[in-house]
Design a protein around this ligand. Structure first.
Ligand SMILES: [Zn+2]
Length: 510
């Protein structure tokens, strides 16, 4: 009896579940749109002229629309990786358009049998008023501009860092980045967290440039350009001849003279160009082929470029060398098959390098000397404050597989490539195969322009053979000696390269 009741009960239960499943299917059948989204996905702020792109995933064979009847086109399965029911639409926004302020967007789908469905995008869309420019100012010491919306573990390719309180014209937003209009035809992106929006009423950033004051003190050469606002800029050191080129966006020349006072030791025949009405280009030729870095910032609204000179004696003795042991504390880094941890290996090798450099008379600045947690931003802040002659950051490499092995060196700016190259060459002499020299490396510690810097991925912890070397104190010492020799090579090469040819007359008089 008990048995029978149970059977009856369970069959009831099954019927119940089946009914629920059917109901669920019916509900799903009513839902003709499975997904409604903007491309790119995320909160969008748009300006007139921008394209609003949308995509609907739903029942095939229908008519999809948005914004009061703007049609979407259903893609053929070949265009949509074999998927049917993918609709896409683009609408170029006009100044007269209005969007419900900051609301998600409704997307509609109607089938030939009359059934229809509407679904909102997950994120709001806002149309910015071009008659009320939206302005923002940079916040921290590590505010920066990105080329685009890319985002990976290195945080998206950077154009460069900006000083704080630099005025930016925001013309859009995608998810967590603002689009910034720098000048006619020049755009960049800034993380939302890096800036503070200003109340309405401001004008698009612009300034005339004043006349320059150029001079040197006991440590650096300086160029000062008076502006009426803190404008954004971008810089790079170009080669042959070595020169620092800085574009100031929104600036128009009213520089009627460039006074070059005494004390200059690194700057050559400086000048400016105005490649377009709102881009002011400073060209600062350097006397030495090897750049030792520079810093750009503001004093009130005056743009100040501080140009570093080569160390007085291009030798290790007395030189302040910074060593960064990658990771640390809660940031363990990569882990090898035998359990070796990157943070321990980088610290062990960094300490060996320190010993070696100190033995040779150098002064050493370590970003960390213990198993401490230290953010990239804290490391960069320390290094910028102390201004070492150069920096070597030490890491161990890792991949998903076990086959990749060998040593590699990384740099961001071509001006600092010779340091990475010298380190790479010496590391290979320890018997490690060369894995490659990597440029344009978008890593936080390679970002500063203030001093030559390079990152050494000593060897692969993910490769058993390399891991054995990395954990062997004798091999660690070998690597440290190789890096010390690499720094020495870099100094020697800088000494040999010396002054630029076309300035040699000037040099001869020094
Ligand atoms: Zn690492």
């Amino acid at each position: 009896m008990a048995q029978k009741t149970s059977t009856a009960k369970s069959s009831n239960w099954i019927a119940c579940v089946a009914a629920l499943l059917l109901l669920g299917q019916a509900a799903q059948a009513q839902r003709l749109i499975r997904k409604a989204e903007t491309i790119p996905v995320g909160e969008l702020w748009l300006s007139p002229g921008d394209a609003l792109q949308v995509r609907v995933l739903g029942e095939p064979g229908g008519q999809a629309s948005f914004l009061n009847g703007q049609p979407l086109t259903e893609l053929s399965p070949e265009q949509a990786q074999g998927v049917r029911g993918v609709y896409q639409g683009t609408y170029q926004l006009r100044p007269t358009d209005t969007l419900s302020e900051g609301q998600p967007l409704w997307l509609h789908l109607r089938l030939p049998d009359g059934r229809h469905d509407s679904l909102q995008t997950a994120f709001p869309v806002r149309l910015l008023n071009p008659n009320q420019p939206l302005l923002a100012v940079t916040k921290g010491a590590l505010s920066h501009l990105n080329y685009g919306l890319g985002d990976d573990r290195l945080g998206g390719a950077k154009i460069g860092y900006l000083d704080s309180l630099v005025l930016l014209h925001v013309t859009g937003r995608v998810a967590d980045q603002y689009r910034v209009r720098l000048a006619e035809g020049h755009y960049a992106w800034s993380p939302v967290t890096g800036v503070r929006l200003l109340p309405p009423g401001g004008f698009v950033p612009a300034s005339l440039t004043g006349s320059w004051s150029v001079r040197g003190d006991s440590l650096y050469d300086y160029v000062r350009v008076p502006l009426t606002q803190r404008l954004p800029y971008r810089s790079q050191v170009l080669q042959n001849p070595t020169r620092l080129v800085i574009d100031v966006f929104g600036a128009t020349s009213n520089t009627n003279w460039i006074t070059q006072r005494d004390g200059l030791r690194e700057l050559g025949a400086i000048y400016y160009e105005q490649p377009q009405p709102d881009v002011f280009r400073m060209v600062l030729p350097l006397r030495h082929r090897q750049s030792w870095g520079y810093h750009i910032g503001y004093e009130q609204n005056t743009l100040v470029v501080q140009v570093a000179r080569p160390p007085a004696k291009l030798r290790l003795k007395g030189l302040l060398v910074a060593i960064d042991a990658g990771h640390g504390g809660t940031n363990v880094g990569a882990i090898g098959a035998s359990g070796a941890r990157e943070k321990d290996l980088t610290l062990a090798i960094a300490q060996q390098l320190r010993q070696e450099l100190e033995r040779r008379g150098a002064r050493v600045l370590m970003t960390r000397e213990t198993d401490a947690s230290l953010e990239i931003a804290e490391r960069v802040a320390l290094l910028r404050r102390r201004r070492p002659a150069l920096l070597v950051s030490i890491h161990v490499n890792s991949t998903g597989g076990t086959t990749a092995r060998g040593t590699s060196a990384f740099y961001r700016y071509t001006a600092f490539r010779p340091l990475a190259e010298a380190l790479y060459g010496r590391m290979q002499e320890t018997g490690l195969p060369g894995w490659g020299l990597v440029g344009n490396f978008n890593f936080g510690l390679n970002g500063p322009t203030e001093y030559p810097n390079a990152l050494v991925e000593t060897a692969f912890i993910s490769n058993p053979e390399d891991e054995k070397l990395l954990t062997d104190p004798i091999r660690q010492e070998q690597m440290a000696k190789a890096m010390s020799a690499g720094i020495d090579d870099f100094l020697k090469a800088a000494r040999k390269k010396g002054l630029r040819g076309w300035l040699s007359k000037q040099a001869a008089t020094e």
